[in-house]
Design a protein around this ligand. Structure first.
Ligand SMILES: CC(C)(COP(=O)(O)OP(=O)(O)OC[C@H]1O[C@@H](n2cnc3c(N)ncnc32)[C@H](O)[C@@H]1OP(=O)(O)O)[C@@H](O)C(=O)NCCC(=O)NCCS
Length: 170
């Protein structure tokens, strides 16, 4: 475990972070779950335009860039078109903005895997969503992604159905 003396932080992604994220998205153990990187990079490029409902973060461990996280307002996600996902089926019931937020996360530097950082990243994303006034967090891991699902369950998420995990915020 990486102890509390390791400072884990989220900072909003900037243009200069994109080449590193591009590299991470190309790694086999990430690509396997994230799919082709073009869609992700496109959403990032348009983060101040048509994808402004997604906020992207770089994760730092003691000031070193080690990962990436995002939260996205499901009220708008449900209208997104993505080959792998039917977001309208997942989030069709979300009838108001600023209520349910989907999260995404990855550790891009292998030596930081399996040290408890994933769990802490999810808690930090949760804090950001609470600050916004969100009421629920969602994650849509593939059922084969056992580590991601473990990480969600140990952060208090409950399975709603295959590939749909939620946590109510109070
Ligand atoms: C998912 C991910 C962020 C988890 O982060 P992590 O720091 O490696 O995980 P943690 O150390 O916080 O461990 C979280 C849980 O997974 C378990 N775990 C971690 N690595 C594991 C491994 N290699 N094998 C089995 N279990 C593992 C831990 O035991 C812990 O479970 P527990 O609380 O029940 O004990 C990281 O594995 C990753 O970046 N994966 C690739 C990208 C990805 O899949 N993102 C999610 C897409 S939905």
């Amino acid at each position: 475990m990486i102890g509390d003396n390791h400072k884990i932080e989220l900072r909003v992604l900037r243009d200069e972070d994109i080449p590193l994220l591009n590299e991470w998205l190309g790694k086999e153990y990430i690509k396997k779950w994230f799919g082709e990187k073009e869609q992700w990079l496109n959403e990032i490029e348009q983060r101040n335009g048509s994808y402004d409902f997604i906020t992207h973060f770089i994760v730092y461990c003691n000031d070193r860039k080690i990962g990436y996280g995002l939260h996205a307002d499901c009220f708008y996600v449900k209208d997104m078109k993505d080959g792998d996902h039917d977001f309208s089926e997942l989030y069709g019931e979300v009838t108001e903005a600023n209520h349910t937020f989907e999260i995404g996360y990855l550790i891009g530097e292998e030596e930081y895997l399996a040290k408890g950082i994933g769990k802490r990243m999810i808690r930090l994303l949760e804090e950001k969503i609470i600050e916004l006034g969100g009421k629920e967090i969602a994650a849509d891991p593939l059922e084969e992604n056992l580590i991601s699902i473990k990480t969600l369950l140990s952060n208090g998420f409950k399975k709603k159905k295959d590939g749909d995990y939620r946590k109510t915020l109070d």
